[in-house]
Design a protein around this ligand. Structure first.
Ligand code: FAD
Length: 354
């Protein structure tokens, strides 16, 4: 079987890359073994313009946000689903210090931070004492709709192989790769955390980070916002369902859900909510983070037919569409360079040493 690009992985990266390549007239085959712990199936889908406790404006927000808006809207329209929704973040201050810090950002003129008219408006649903502010625009990508819908489409077009990819069976030539009867001009690894063990790219400065979340039914809580009080409560596409999380661990035994987070999460929900809730699922996964917090995009310096789109860290929902598009443009010859800040060739010396 002949194709242009063989893609390994159908998380956010592999989905957007295959979608853009097909739109540019390229032939693709995707190999993906669906794993419950893959971060694209665990993520909240939140696209937040500020990051962390110190509320730093997210990297490239002015380019990434409009791009993501259009990308998810167009992708969803093609699949006949709503894949994106605006859900500004209601920040329920957990203590006076966080309130002060928020107000300080406001006076600095951060355009993503706003006052709310009635700070105690959310007291029907939440226990909080120190008022609230608003972060926006923020969005949620409905990955729980998008990924299965695109998977079904790829399957219907005979472009998906639902199996485990065995790297030992891969044959590399400068202008072609061969794998289990497939001949392709290029192979692109969109294999998420598994990429940290990929012999071509394992020397890259990846940094694994584990996160856990609970899926919670809260029928009485309005789904027009995301809510934050230390952890996040993000509305999912299904009515009444929210994602609650997440933890953030650099040291862990495996990528499985832990009883400790389940216990801690239930306790936090009990303290936070004034209305009934029911935990219906518990998920965990590894974020494919990088030490310098920038993605890995492009081709191996020694193997021009072997590429990757990875290292999306905590921000796959906003980074993946933009850089998948850039990589697809590069593969199609519509642009002559990948942004050097993300181009994997910045690690040429490390990769050539392997
Ligand atoms: C708890 C948690 C919460 C998060 N919340 C958010 C959020 O709100 N917003 C945000 O922007 N980001 C969030 N993230 C980060 C985001 O999930 C990731 O950046 C993103 O999902 C990475 O996507 P990916 O396509 O690179 O990898 P993956 O999602 O891992 O996809 C890789 C795919 O490749 C497949 N695969 C790998 N190896 C093989 C093989 N050998 N054979 C066959 N198939 C293979 C896997 O099964 C998987 O389907 C969160 C992550 C976690 C863990």
């Amino acid at each position: 079987m002949q194709t242009d690009v063989l893609i390994i992985g159908q998380g956010i990266c592999g989905s957007f890359l295959s979608w853009y390549l097909l739109a540019q007239g390229k032939e693709v085959i995707v190999i993906d073994e669906e794993r419950a712990s893959s971060p694209s199936r665990v993520a909240a889908g939140l696209i937040n313009p500020v990051t962390g406790r110190r509320m730093v404006t997210a990297w490239m927000v002015e380019e990434l946000f409009p791009f993501a808006n259009k990308a998810y809207t167009d992708f969803g329209a093609q699949l006949g689903i709503q894949a994106f929704s605006r859900k500004d973040v209601v920040d329920l201050f957990p203590n006076p210090f966080m309130r002060e810090s928020f107000l300080h950002k406001l006076t600095e003129g951060n355009e993503y931070i706003h006052r709310v008219d009635d700070e105690m408006h959310f007291a029907n649903w939440f226990n909080y004492e120190f008022g609230a502010g608003l972060i926006g625009p923020a969005y949620t990508a409905y990955l729980d709709r998008l990924l299965p819908a695109w998977r079904a489409e790829l399957k219907q077009q005979n472009r998906l192989q639902e199996t485990s990819f065995d790297i030992n069976a891969l044959q590399i030539e400068p202008d072609e790769i061969k794998y289990d009867g497939i001949h392709a001009r290029q192979i692109i690894f969109c294999d998420g955390p598994a990429g940290m063990h990929n012999p071509f790219f394992q020397a890259l400065p990846f940094s694994r980070n584990k996160g856990e979340a609970l899926i919670v039914e809260i029928p009485e809580l309005p789904q027009d916002h995301t809510y934050k009080k230390s952890l996040l409560l993000v509305p999912l596409s299904e009515p009444g369902l929210f994602w609650f999380g997440s933890s953030n661990h650099w040291e862990f035994e495996d990528d499985k859900p832990t009883p400790a987070f389940l216990e801690q999460g239930k306790n936090l929900l009990q303290q936070l909510l004034k209305i009934p809730f029911k935990v219906v699922d518990h998920r965990a996964g590894l974020r494919p983070a990088t030490l310098e917090r920038r993605p890995f995009v492009g081709f191996h310096p020694l193997h021009p037919s072997v590429g990757l789109l990875n290292g999306m860290g905590t921000k796959g929902c906003s980074l993946a569409p933009y850089f998948a598009h850039q990589l697809a443009q590069y593969i199609s010859g519509n642009t002559s360079a990948i942004d050097p800040v993300v181009d994997v060739k910045r690690f040429r010396r490390i990769l050539e040493r392997q």
